[in-house]
Design a protein around this ligand. Sequence first.
Ligand code: G3H
Length: 539
Amino acid sequence: MSLNLEDIFLQEEDIPDEYALHEQIDQREYLSNGEMKAWNGPVNEVFSPICVKTKDGLQRKRIGSFPVCTEKESQEALDAAVAAYDNGRGQWPTMSVADRITCVENFTHKMIEQKDIVVKLIMWEIGKSYTDSVKEFDRTVEYIYATIDALKDIDRQSSGFTIEQGIIAQIRRSPLGVVLCMGPFNYPLNETFTTLIPALIMGNTLLFKPPKHGTLLHYPLLEAFRSSFPQGVVNTIYGRGNNIVPGLMQSGKINVLTLIGSSRVADELKKLHPKVNRLRAILGLDAKNAAIITKDADLDLAVSETLLGALSFNGQRCTAIKIVYVHRSLAQEFLKRLSAEVAKLKYGMPWEKGVALTPLPEVGKPAYLESCIADAIANGAKVVNEHGGETLESFVYPAIVYPVNHAMKLYREEQFGPIIPVVPFDDLEEPIEYLIGSPHGQQVSIFSNNASVVSSLIDPLVNQVSRVNINCQCQRGPDVFPFTGRKDSAEGTLSVVDALRSFSIRSLVATKFTDSNKKLFNEIVSENESNFLSTKYIF
Ligand code: G3H
């Protein structure tokens, strides 16, 4: 097979019109305290992972720029969120659930109007294929509607009273306060919104920092946020994370930190909060999910699922399979078939039909991946597939590396890119011990058709990770399933319903079941005097 990486990049004029960004997006405003505030300070230039051929060689295409604000603007945004929450007395935290749902529905209609530009920006900012960028947008909209339905269910269940031991109570879920929300670059819209939307709809107020790669795609949505929610409920912060975020945490005014990113950053930020018991953290962090291919596995299935699991979006998924344990008796055949399947993957520009492998957004990533491969080779491994690891600018061709051992970076580090480290094993205890010793605990995939082998792995592994996949790749979806992890992989649980719980706390109003209290409660309920103590039913 020949690999001509030069040919994947085009000249500017050859980019199909349908997918071209006709104008650069130079964002000079941000949403804070209900206003789109003008920004005249420094900006961050955004260069796409998609390079274009120029007379000076390949160059990442410039697609726009966004504000690099300072601590001053982020503190103002914090003040706005604190004021909008107003110790739980603000318009938003006290609004009825039905009215909050209406605001989120309005926002979603306006968001859908921006679909074309948001999808294009996902593709241009992070190099995700056009098809997957559309899927990310649609999955996010479905997630919002599922969240609304789940909240209606919760609210219906809470609209009655509970009578126990002579006490009558109404139990509902209440907001927590000000939420600092930061999403990841690999699902810059979807994963950000799977925390932002539940946090918002439960009545919290927000500070939202878009991901470093995947910032511009949020710009077309800011007006929808501004016009759909009361002043100060959604505020954006732009700037270098290490300049603007520590001060927010040190203020002690952040009640919830929600971050999909690295455990190192989450650790550092949590420790900055002066009242750690007042901080709730909902975190999706590092992972190094393993596939375990036993000698009873259906090898074709193991190959096709490993391929998907390890290389979808070039391996840049927190749920990606990042290490493969294969029984030594199958190792050579597995490597041969996996290499053949990798060779069939289409590589190229994100808009090409059927493309699977695309350029990587992080500027330092190709060099990092190269260093992982060099380190593995120095410690006795080889790249077993043709062209594995070949790189041109932002594009890295997938590398299958074998045999990987504990001396190598690829054994422990989360490569988050297109490298498939493969470890041969003789005894099932070896992958089990690997998972026990791992700092991560998100998911695992077991490949075997032998019921007793599968059972012998399920029982130890459900206590090491949070999802054991049998004969299939690791993944987050369906979004109604709990998504969490052990050790350094997560804190809290996300799913459509769990996220609503994570961003709220139960509060109850209780009284002794006496005639005078019955009369009092009846009066409050029939006069609709309280949004909390209410029997209104959302249809
Ligand atoms: O990056 C981590 C994502 O949550 C993975 O989601 O398994 O649906 O690709 P996914």
